[in-house]
Design a protein around this ligand. Structure first.
Ligand code: C2O
Ligand code: CU
Length: 467
């Protein structure tokens, strides 16, 4: 049996992706799956910046369904219903799919060396699970992530529940940038000096791979906006001009208390569900903007069409409830998690593909560590026990920290009031100390990392082992 350490070593020896790890046995699938969705990771020609030139975009497509739309399809699953997907790799490098925010068995989590072997070019991998929570989630690779996500492999995943309120319309918005040069082709995904700071920004902003798209929505209607920040770097400060919207869910989970949208911060990996009340008059435009840059940028627009439906935001029913995070705070064990920069600048392997630098660390260890066991877990958690992750950010940059496989809720922060929001990704501000409480209710090795992908890939990664 190969240990993870052996895997890393053989990967290092055999080059960035490693040969020989294919000898790992295929992980068994837990149940008889329904007919699987055929998802192909592939390279297509697409235009992202409104110019004539095409770029080699990486995308997901449903096999047998060539699509004019370069952005990955929105996957729609049903809560509590078995889902199965076969990932076929038509890229020229190994890949996997991680189902961000879904609390599913560890073997389905899509992290090479941690939960499954590589899916090599030409090979396939079968995923099967039953989503336990309804809401807005997403899917992306966990392999050579800066390149693969940066070039387009990020898709929205919706888990529906039959008891959810019915809207007059729905728009999924996958927000992200691409790094294109003046010749309209992809340029280097990062600059080391930016990776050591906020991360490297893209050059072309898009929503669903289009610059400032306009969507027609029913006048006077209530429209559900499922907003995903799938960018590898950018943090959005979202506001709405021309209409009111109510925040109904964050990171897939219904908010404890609904509020009208004023400004919402959305960091890489996070989701925001809004109920938009479309204006009554036909042709009226509503714009979703990012006000974080000094000049606000339009992200996307909505145009009212038809005779007004005269809906009321106040009439909107509650979303289907998801499981809460029932932490036993009195008996919870505290786990210190220091987010810091590291002086160590050496080239290192990361989980599947390296950027060649170490800039960041969790508990002073840039992953993988220089320790006796370089891939040891950050902490071992006991199945069923309550924990408080004491996350402290001593860097001058914000880190959207993400936990696989389990949800948490913030119970205190020195920077702002916390709510009982259930989540999988928390934006830790500079100098913030936040307590994230969770029940270790899902056995396995669960990755914990910053979702600014350059930070993830240059050390700010680790995992918890739940047994
Ligand atoms: Cu969006 Cu490790 O994941
Ligand atoms: Cu970070």
């Amino acid at each position: 049996q190969l240990s993870r350490r052996t895997l890393l070593k053989s990967a290092a020896v055999a080059g960035a992706y490693g040969a020989g790890v294919a000898v790992l046995p295929r992980l068994s699938q837990a149940f008889a799956a329904p007919s699987p969705l055929d998802i192909e990771a592939r390279i297509i020609d697409a235009t992202l910046d409104g110019q004539a030139a095409t770029h080699k975009v990486m995308s997901y497509g449903l096999a047998g369904a060539p699509s004019a739309d370069p952005s990955p399809p929105v996957l729609r699953l049903k809560r509590g219903k078995p889902f199965a997907a076969r990932l076929t790799n038509s890229l020229d490098e190994p890949t996997t799919i991680h189902w961000h925010g879904l609390r599913i068995p560890n073997a389905q989590d899509g992290v090479p060396f941690v939960t499954q072997p590589y899916v090599y070019p030409g090979d396939h991998f079968d995923y099967a699970f039953t989503p336990p929570d309804a809401g807005t989630f997403w899917y992306h690779p966990h392999c050579n992530t800066l390149t693969q996500m940066g070039r387009g492999l990020t898709g929205v995943l919706v888990v529906e529940d039959d008891s959810d309120p019915v809207f007059d319309g729905e728009v999924a918005l996958n927000l992200r940038d691409f790094r294109l040069g003046s010749d309209s082709q992809f340029i280097a995904q990062f600059k080391p000096r930016d990776a050591a700071k906020t991360g490297t920004f893209g050059t072309v902003r898009t929503a669903n791979w289009q610059p400032e798209p306009i969507y027609d929505v029913p006048a006077g209607g209530l429209v559900r906006l499922r907003v995903l920040a799938s960018d590898v770097t950018r943090i959005y400060n979202l506001t709405l001009e021309g209409a009111e919207a109510m925040i109904i869910a964050i990171d897939g989970h219904p908010v404890p208390e609904r509020t009208l949208l004023d400004m919402a911060v959305l960091a890489p990996g996070q989701r925001l569900d809004l109920a938009l009340r479309v204006p009554d008059s036909e042709g009226a435009l509503v714009s979703l903007q990012d006000i974080r840059p000094s000049t606000p940028k339009v992200v996307t627009q909505f145009r009212a069409v038809g005779a007004t439906l005269k809906r009321n935001l106040g009439d909107l029913g509650a979303l289907a409830e998801n499981a809460g995070v029932e932490v036993d705070l009195k008996n919870a064990t505290e786990v210190p998690l220091l987010l810091s920069a590291t002086a160590e600048n050496a080239a290192k392997d990361s989980i599947c593909g390296t950027l060649g630098y170490s800039f960041w660390a969790i508990n002073k260890v840039p992953y993988p560590g220089d320790t006796a066991d370089p891939t040891a877990p950050i902490a071992e958690l006991k199945l069923g026990q309550s924990y408080i992750l004491n996350v402290e950010n001593v860097t001058p940059h914000a880190h959207p920290i993400h936990l696989h496989g389990m949800n948490f809720k913030a119970v205190s922060s020195n920077k702002h009031d916390v709510t009982a929001q259930v989540s999988d990704t928390y934006l830790v501000l500079p100098d913030e100390k936040v307590q994230l409480a969770l029940v270790a209710d899902n056995p396995g090795d669960w990755v914990f990392h910053c979702h600014v992908i350059e930070h993830q890939k240059t050390g700010m990664t680790g995992y918890f082992r739940v047994t």
